[in-house]
Design a protein around this ligand. Structure first.
Ligand code: CO8
Length: 373
């Protein structure tokens, strides 16, 4: 078995920013138009008015202040409430592959590698642009990588679950250098017209390179001490859109064809599960939470992260112990904990131990324990 390291990380940031103020203004305009249209039914008591949103609520309930998106105009158009993404011909690189290649090149540069060094590509995200061919195979070709590639989806835990696959492939000698990419175009499967969740998501792509410790050339290596994945079925975060929707004669506007959740229940169920998962994983490695220098947690909700770390160490975490990036990026599904790792690892010293942990739909929880080389 080979020792494995994360030898590089990369980030692609979507080009446009939507502040909470802009988002709420457009959503409230949408709600006012719905209410004007439904005035009679509302007056007769046959319909509930569409509720208004507020900036204060969003910051207080989630900690989110803005999000990056690929297309701002479409999302903010009260008559549209979804991004406008131009279809591309088959002989052009697809959008999801394009952003994955950009993040991958950033990670390859950091690791001192080129695409030709890669022999496994895993594209892991909460939704794929198409059914087939696999996004990973298109990304593999665009990078000039060898070996093979495949796609996988475990919603918000896609990145950590993919890291486990990559680490195992490198550890056993099946692969030399594995690339994990997480292109999250959440804006295209998000319910921007639902007041209870319209503020949650943003677009981004992250990338990580995982390779053998003895052949890595990167100046910034993180040994993977262990990975651990768990799932437990829940309907509290769900999106029913799929290849059978057409045969079910679904209206694409049906609410269940987009992201939906019972946010309160998710919070209540997932926080204790995540804290227990991390404690167990650290224990299996003969480590304890108070010996961890940094927690790079999934970025869905500020209070959620504070709650989990409080459960782990018995007091409120500092931004140094559990950095937050969701104020800037919002929830970016599987990419959140990887953005936190990418942005907040430079100051750690050789020997420092950290935990990357994701949690979300499934339910699914994935953790990767790393030590700075
Ligand atoms: N403005 C004003 N008021 C609001 C708003 C709003 N926008 N939204 C809700 N309210 C009101 C509610 O109506 C309610 O009013 P009342 O008390 O009168 O009934 C009150 O505010 C409180 O509402 P909630 O109970 O819903 O509010 P919470 O405090 O629970 O906060 C959160 C809502 C922020 C959603 C919170 O519950 C949360 O973050 N929970 C955790 C969710 C989570 O982690 N989910 C993970 C999802 S991500 C994932 O798994 C990946 C999926 C794949 C990606 C999909 C991409 C599209």
């Amino acid at each position: 078995m080979h020792r494995t390291v994360i030898s590089g990380t990369g980030l692609w940031i979507a080009p446009e920013v939507i502040s909470n103020a802009e988002l709420v203004a457009s959503y409230n305009e949408y709600a006012e138009r719905c209410n004007a249209r439904d005035a009679q039914a509302i007056a007769a008591g046959d319909k509930q008015p569409t509720p208004l949103s507020s900036e204060e609520f969003i910051v207080k309930a989630s900690g989110i202040r803005q999000r990056y998106v690929i297309d701002k105009a479409g999302v903010l158009d009260p008559e549209r409430m979804r991004p406008r993404l131009a279809p591309r011909p088959d002989d052009q690189i697809s959008l999801m592959a394009e952003i994955a290649v950009a993040a991958a090149q950033d990670a390859l540069r950091a690791a001192g590698r080129t695409g030709a060094d890669v022999d496994l590509v895993i594209c892991a995200a909460s939704n794929m642009q198409r059914a087939y061919p696999a996004m990973a195979v298109e990304i593999q070709q665009a990078l000039g990588a060898g070996g093979y590639g495949f796609d996988m989806n475990v919603a918000c835990s896609s990145a950590t679950f993919a890291m486990e696959q990559a680490v195992n492939a490198v550890r056993t000698g099946q692969s030399r250098c594995a690339l994990v990419v997480n292109p999250e175009i959440t804006s295209a499967h998000h319910a921007w017209m639902d007041r209870d969740c319209h503020f949650i998501f943003g677009d981004v792509c992250t990338a990580l390179l995982i390779e053998r410790a003895d052949t890595a050339v990167s100046p910034d290596c993180w040994e993977v001490l262990g990975s651990k994945a768990m799932t437990q079925f829940s309907n509290n975060i769900r999106n029913n859109a799929g290849f059978m929707s057409r045969s079910e004669d679904r209206d694409p506007e049906d609410r269940d064809q987009l992201f939906r959740q019972e946010g309160r229940k998710v919070f209540k169920d997932v926080c204790p599960l995540a804290a227990e998962h991390i404690t167990t994983h650290l224990g299996e490695l003969s480590l304890a939470p108070d010996g961890v220098r940094r927690f790079w947690l999934h970025q869905a909700n500020l209070s959620m992260n504070q709650f989990i770390v409080r459960k782990l160490i018995g007091h409120d975490p500092t931004a140094d112990l559990a950095p937050i990036i969701l104020d800037e990026f919002a929830n970016t599904a599987s990419a959140g904990s990887i953005i936190a790792f990418h942005r907040h690892k430079q100051d750690l010293q050789a020997g420092d131990v950290g935990v990357i942990c994701s949690f979300g739909a499934g339910y699914s929880i994935g953790s990767v324990v790393v030590r700075k080389v």
